[in-house]
Design a protein around this ligand. Structure first.
Ligand code: FES
Length: 103
């Protein structure tokens, strides 16, 4: 699938924070990792359905706000609970907007 614009102004997402978007019926958490790095993953934590978009970035991972499980945003794998993972999607900034490549 081609990249689709999901956030009009990348600057509206604070560094280290995320926002929830929906595109094509898919709920996606989009994060600003700082230094021009943006990430996107599934919006729901596979532990107990916590809201990952309300989590925060530590290194290359998002930390779930409910119980602190962290997920590597390059692979989707949980770093504390083997076997848990979230879908991750390529994300980029183009002309100031965040675009995500959804399946
Ligand atoms: S719901 Fe995300 S860590 Fe528990």
């Amino acid at each position: 699938m081609p990249f689709v614009k999901v956030v009009e102004d990348a600057g509206t997402i604070a560094v280290g924070q995320g926002t929830l978007v929906e595109s094509g019926g898919v709920a996606v958490a989009v994060f600003n990792g700082g230094g021009g790095r943006f990430y996107a993953c599934g919006a729901t934590c596979p532990h107990e359905d916590g809201p990952l978009a309300e989590g925060w970035i530590e290194g290359e991972a998002v930390v779930c706000p409910w119980h602190g499980f962290d997920f590597d945003l390059r692979t989707g794998r949980c770093q504390v609970a083997e076997g848990l993972s979230v879908p991750v999607y390529p994300a980029r900034v183009a002309e100031g907007a965040v675009e995500v490549d959804l399946p």
